[in-house]
Design a protein around this ligand. Structure first.
Ligand code: ADP
Ligand code: GN1
Ligand code: MG
Length: 386
């Protein structure tokens, strides 16, 4: 049925030709992405078709508007940039860069044509939210850096440039696609509420982890306190800077384009610095407890790339916050993974029943190692800044 649905979507986005190939892309914990290829008798064209997770993004129409504004802003900075270095979202006949559809016994219903309503809670209905954009050919993304300093250096350069380009973007134009996304104090409060309720009686599986998060909760609120005191400026940030959210040229490793703009919102520079450190400047995968530690060589490589773009933009307080950001984001994500495990895995896609628990354990192992090496991280950042 997915084949028929993808074909329907391609027609609704007015693409020429027939679909000849489609593949699910299994990375990403939130949305559902497919590669599709169409042939019109002369040419094969490739696209990325994606179902947005409506449970996670409650106002996807506003989110798509954000993405439109952001991609235009970047395009205005570099108007001659070649096509494979930018994201181009296609539009339906109704002029939308998204399609809302519903599957029925006889086929599919396009909301724009049917005139039906999605209701007050579309994430609990059978309506689906889809978008379609250019597939970046001959590109790779990294699920881990595998110890490769160059991957981190290039990632730092890419996210640093992205932050720099959005420096003059008016943040008030953006709708927060997920309210309180990196509000760590709020995240921790929500987590402790879930622990209290323990709806599936799973908290007993994670007593040590819950205790560790509790012990470090005050540290976790460091950035929130700094924001309250006006010590750190709010910028427009990506907020999900995993290395698999950059597409690199397969042959040259040159970063081509930053993807997954769904969480671009007002935020702190250290969220973007910190989240790549969390994901890729470490020695194990995101859900692998064994062997998980911080890799300081990779921290240095990322700092070189990132600060090469951002050191003249950031204040002293922001530079000082970069290493704190790495640890805060890691603790925050541990609480999000564990919270999701406790409520029955409603948010992050999982491969097995314990994956969110393992993810939380791995993030906590990394967090503890980051705390042990906080001074080393600060020293490296100081040296790289020069
Ligand atoms: P999620 O929100 O689920 O993380 P992403 O937008 O990051 O979804 O997409 C998931 C994966 O799909 C990416 O990690 C990347 O491998 C691939 N991908 C996404 N967009 C493109 C694109 N335009 N061209 C090629 N591959 C892409
Ligand atoms: C999710 O969508 P994806 O896989 O790029 C999550 C991030 C987490 C990340 C952990 C919208 O990112 O916040 O840090 O998983 N995205 C959302 O891997 O919650
Ligand atoms: Mg992603």
């Amino acid at each position: 049925m997915i084949e028929a649905k993808l074909s329907f979507i391609c027609r609704k986005f007015r693409l020429p030709g027939e679909m000849i190939l489609h593949r699910w892309i299994p990375t990403g914990h939130i949305n559902t992405a497919y590669y599709v290829a169409l042939y019109d008798g002369k040419e094969v064209r490739q696209y990325l078709v994606q179902k947005v997770n409506w449970y996670v993004f409650r106002d996807p129409v506003s989110m798509m508007h954000n993405i439109d504004l952001l991609t235009r802003h970047i395009m205005d900075k570099e108007p001659t940039l070649e096509r494979r270095r930018r994201l181009h979202f296609h539009h339906t006949a109704a002029g939308h860069n998204y399609l809302i559809l519903r599957e029925t016994a006889d086929g599919f219903v396009d909301l724009d044509e049917s005139g039906e309503a999605v209701g007050a809670e579309p994430w609990n209905s059978d309506w689906e939210f889809w978008r379609l954009y250019n597939f970046i050919e001959n590109s790779v993304s990294f699920e881990t850096a595998d110890g490769e300093a160059e991957v981190l250096r290039m990632s730092g350069k890419a996210f640093g440039k992205f932050n720099r380009q959005l420096r003059d973007f008016d943040a008030s134009q953006l709708v927060e696609s997920i309210p309180h996304f990196h509000d760590t104090a709020y995240r921790l409060r929500t987590f402790f509420d879930v622990v209290e309720q323990d709806p599936l009686a799973r908290a007993k599986d994670a007593e040590a982890e819950i205790a560790l998060i509790r012990q470090n909760a005050a540290f976790g609120c460091t950035l929130c306190r700094q924001i309250e005191r006006g010590e750190l400026p709010i910028r427009v940030t990506h907020n999900d800077t995993k290395t698999n959210n950059i597409l690199f040229d397969r042959d040259t490793n040159d970063p081509l384009v930053i993807i997954d703009l769904d969480t671009c919102m007002p935020g702190l520079a250290c969220y973007d610095f910190g989240d790549t450190i969390r994901f890729a400047a470490c020695t194990a995968e995101e859900d692998q407890v064994e062997g998980m530690s911080l890799d300081l060589n990779l921290v240095r490589a990322y700092a070189e790339g990132y600060l090469g773009e951002m050191k003249d933009v950031l204040s002293d307080a922001e530079i000082e916050s970069l290493s704190t950001g790495a640890a805060v984001i890691t603790l925050e994500l541990a609480s999000r993974f564990l919270g999701d495990y406790l409520v029955g895995d409603k948010y992050f896609r999982i491969d097995d029943a314990e994956q969110n628990l393992r993810r939380a354990q791995a993030q906590l192992a990394l967090f503890q190692d980051m705390m042990l090496h906080m001074d080393d991280m600060k020293q490296i950042i100081k040296e790289v800044r020069g």
